[in-house]
Design a protein around this ligand. Structure first.
Ligand code: GLY
Ligand code: MN
Length: 462
């Protein structure tokens, strides 16, 4: 974990931003896979990690904004626990590691919350996403489970988002550590993309690379020759010459900072002419978008620019037609790129998505567009020095979407359906990198560059 001064300083800043009441932070608990003692790998809540650093189940914390008091709630391991898990630091020892003086047994949490409620103090909490924490919050606060999200604290959400959005030097260092593993995962997948290999062979190896780096994947690996399905987690197919292998995968640093990269590799190491043409458009779109990143730039504008490059490239190939700016403005390009250009990255691959994209990706100045495609953009607002975000344009040929739109005569002034149908079976291409917004130079691509030009990809995958 980081030095305790990092966590103390983060909590101090949070206290400065919230006017009154108490904040209740629930850490995560172990989650059973198929019977109680057989749990999934433990993953701590990211906001809990951010403010309290402790990567262990069964903790909660309260910050009192009126008195400044901070209390860590949890239980010391019993001898029965120790027999199975080995010796554990005490709650007090753990609290000291993150600069918290006061500890109490977990069962005292209820007393603390009831006291605050009886004094009409506001109890701020973040929107819960795990069933166990929903039940606990509902019981502690006497709020029906269905109302928990609505009654979560906008003031606390905004305070947390403001802090977590701007990455400190220690966080960038962690991200850079994880990027080394990400480089190895992606270059290994490229080298393994050979005819006769199964997707699962590669997925298993690259997940192993993440595990071997004292890490884990930052989301379930997307590794597929059917890249037109955006989040395709099926790894059962055999790769054949001529296929495109889309790999969208990331890992976490030991302190849980996430990477998220996508690369698309021709199986057997040689793009066809048709693949080269589509790949070049996506790469041009990604490079242009990255270069547009700087503090003050609106990510929604960068998304639109990236989509215009895609639409214009597709027009050159005869797949789209008409005025490109109008086509993108009306959403016609979304037949080929139905997702957004990118999202925040940090302690989560989709950073802080549990807190609500309207707070993380948008604000009073930039509202989320209500249109298929651009409406899926997770981050639209003005970028700031210290943000980390992904840039991940793509082009996909989704048979069901093509068929639906053609049957509806949708955007027939912008889309040449006859030509588009000749691309069914092409799959999909996505190229994704992780970018730090900086005040000097505008942007920095994090990590050692993973091959992405046609020449470099063909060289490594041959
Ligand atoms: N890497 C998966 C996503 O960004 O949704
Ligand atoms: Mn992503």
């Amino acid at each position: 974990m980081f030095d305790k001064s990092i966590y103390t300083e983060r909590r101090k800043k949070l206290k400065e931003s919230i006017s009154e009441g108490v904040a209740l932070f629930l850490g995560n608990v172990d989650s059973p896979m198929n019977y109680p003692a057989n749990a999934y790998k433990f993953r701590q809540d990211s906001s809990f990690l951010y403010f309290f650093g402790l990567d262990i189940p069964g903790l909660a914390a309260v910050i009192d904004f009126d008195t400044g008091e901070e209390i860590l709630f949890g239980d010391d391991a019993t001898i029965d626990d120790i027999v199975w898990t080995g010796p554990q630091p005490t709650l007090k020892e753990n609290a000291e590691k993150v600069g918290i003086q006061k500890t109490q047994p977990f069962k005292k949490l209820d007393e603390k919350i009831q006291l605050a409620l009886s004094k009409n103090n506001k109890v701020h909490y973040l929107p819960p996403y795990r069933a166990e924490n929903k039940i606990l919050l509902s019981t502690l606060l006497n709020i029906p489970i269905d109302n928990l999200n609505n009654q979560s604290s906008t003031e606390l959400i905004k305070g947390v988002v403001d802090l977590r959005s701007i990455k400190g030097a220690e966080e960038i260092k962690e991200l850079e550590t994880a990027m080394e593993t990400a480089f190895l995962m992606h270059t290994t997948a490229m080298k393994m993309a050979k005819p006769g290999t199964y997707e699962k062979d590669i997925a298993g190896v690259i997940e192993g690379i993440a595990l071997s780096a004292d890490s884990m994947t930052s989301f379930p690996i997307i590794l597929t020759k059917y890249g037109e399905t955006l989040h395709n987690h099926d790894h059962s197919n055999r790769l054949e010459k001529g296929d495109l292998l889309l790999v969208d995968a990331g890992c976490e640093s030991p302190l849980h900072y996430a990477t998220d990269h996508s690369r698309t590799t021709p199986v057997g190491g040689k793009f066809t002419q048709k693949q080269k043409e589509i790949y070049s458009i996506v790469l041009d779109s990604q490079n242009t978008a990255i270069k547009a990143i700087k503090p003050g730039a609106k990510n929604l504008d960068i998304h639109i620019k990236a989509c215009e490059i895609i639409a214009s490239g597709l027009k050159d190939l005869g797949l789209m037609k008409g005025d490109i700016k109008t086509a993108v403005n009306e959403g016609a390009h979304a037949l080929f790129m139905p997702h957004g250009l990118g999202h925040m990255l940090g302690l989560d691959a989709h950073d802080m998505e549990d807190l609500g994209e309207k707070f993380v990706g948008y604000d009073d100045k930039v509202k989320r567009p209500n249109i298929f495609g651009t409406g899926n953009l997770r981050l639209g607002r003005e970028l700031k020095d210290g943000f980390v975000l992904t840039v991940e344009p793509g082009i996909y040929f989704i048979p069901q979407l093509i068929e639906k739109w053609e049957n509806e005569n949708k955007f027939k002034d912008f889309i040449n359906y006859e030509k588009v149908k000749s691309y069914i079976g092409f799959g999909g291409i996505r190229i994704e990198d992780d970018i730090l917004v900086t005040s000097d130079g505008g942007y920095k691509v994090l990590g050692k560059p993973i091959p992405k030009t046609i020449e470099d990809i063909e060289k490594i995958s041959r």
